[in-house]
Design a binder for this molecule. Structure first.
Ligand SMILES: *Cc1c(COP(=O)(O)O)cnc(C)c1O
Length: 392
């Protein structure tokens, strides 16, 4: 069984490129060249050098002693929160901006929901002196003003999407329309393991630096390269895909994805796309997503903006269906409690998204000598308002 993408762009039954005919040439052009570019020595050297000197990698793998005592097992935290810009998202935007440059593109477009991917994109565009246009739902612009201002300070143009609910889905439509109209000079920079093939594969490869580092760091720390468990939160699924990547074929490692169930799986206010989803089509790929009886996408809800996505990358639909990974969920409250606990025990305020991964620790029975890696996808500065409001 293969867990990676096949020639045709599928993970098992999922994935593919279900796009309007007018987008086909753009996607074909990307598919034709991406592997050759990112596998080249020159590209790898530039990518690794920026990850080291600009992002600050490798991110530490930290043995969390007090958290381990609390759960009576051995817990290591992969500190993506310490990256420049505060999360794993920059691993991907650095990779894709280099890819865009090598393809000779001058203009970068992206869509963003809460603004975090928009900020990560605007950051690398400033770094590379490339024009940056970020589509964002008008509702989201109002809700996420600090990120809008950040993007503008970084030199990006934030364009409001005014159709539909004026949220992420509508911003995606605007970005796709832009790409159709500007096929020559424009690169569409997607922020998670979603979208038409080859995007899920591109993003997973760039984020796979996370599991590559976990392997040698664990070896340095305890003399073995594989943990017993890896836990990561799942929005679109990029930090989880990166944390799982090099362990996909090592079935001694249990892979656990934690979805955001918001107010609860059955509350109607949830973002648990695997628990509540069915097979459908979103953002150009076949995957599991939350939809109503007419196939209309259901608006997701989670306290964490980064997990508030109605679908899931096709790689996770496949890992779920094949049984290779296990997906559990955590509610808003469970995530908040896990964040307060980590802060109190370790002096680390995690992003609300990462707090869902930590909440997963409550739900699994570990042995004392198990080795567990939790991917801390981001830091909590951006979530202080919610943390203050929801103190236990
Ligand atoms: C965006 C984001 C996520 C969710 O995205 P994935 O693609 O599922 O990784 C998780 N954590 C943080 C900190 C984020 O910013």
């Amino acid at each position: 069984m293969s867990y990676l993408v096949n020639e045709k762009g599928y993970y098992g039954d999922f994935g593919g490129a279900f796009i309007p005919e007018m987008l086909q040439p753009n996607v074909d052009a990307l598919r034709a060249c991406y592997r050759e570019i990112i596998d080249s020595t020159e590209f790898k050297q530039e990518f690794i050098s920026l990850l080291k000197n600009y992002v600050g990698r490798p991110s530490p793998l930290y043995y969390a002693k007090r958290l381990s005592e609390h759960y009576k097992t051995r817990i290591f935290l992969k500190r993506e929160d310490l990256n420049h810009t505060g999360s794993h998202k920059v691993n991907n935007t650095i990779g894709q901006i280099l890819l865009a440059q090598k393809m000779g593109k001058k203009r970068i477009i992206a869509e963003t929901g809460a603004g975090q991917h928009g900020v990560a994109t605007a950051t690398v565009c400033a770094l590379m002196d490339l024009e940056c246009i970020v589509y964002m739902g008008a509702t989201d612009i109002e809700r996420q003003m600090p990120n809008v201002k950040r993007m503008e300070m970084l030199g990006a143009k934030v364009v409001p999407a005014l159709s539909g609910n004026k949220t992420l889905k509508d911003a995606t439509n605007e970005a796709l329309r832009d790409w159709i109209n500007n096929p020559e000079d424009t690169y569409y920079l997607i922020g998670s393991v979603v979208g038409p093939h080859p995007y899920p594969d591109i993003v997973a490869r760039f984020q796979s630096i996370i599991s590559e580092e976990i392997g040698w760091q664990l070896d340095e720390l305890i003399g073995r390269t594989s943990p017993d468990y890896i836990l990561a939160c799942v929005g679109g699924g990029s930090n989880a895909a990166g944390a799982f990547y090099h362990y996909l074929d090592d079935t001694s490692v249990k892979l656990i994805g934690v979805e955001a169930s918001g107010m609860g799986i059955h509350s109607g206010e949830t973002a648990a796309s695997i628990a509540c989803g069915e097979v459908g089509f979103i953002h150009g790929s076949k995957t599991l997503l939350m939809q109503d009886d007419d196939g209309q996408i259901i608006e997701p809800y989670s306290i964490s903006a980064g997990l508030d996505y109605p679908g899931i990358g096709p790689i996770h639909s496949h890992l779920h269906e094949s049984g290779r990974a296990t997906y559990i969920d955590a509610t808003d409250r469970e995530a908040l409690d896990a964040a307060y606990l980590l802060t109190k025990l370790e002096g680390i305020i995690p992003a609300l998204e990462s707090a869902h991964a930590l909440a997963g620790l409550e739900k699994i029975k570990f042995n004392p000598d198990d080795v567990i890696v939790v991917n801390i996808s981001g830091r909590g500065d951006k979530d202080m308002e919610a943390y203050i409001k929801c103190l236990p």
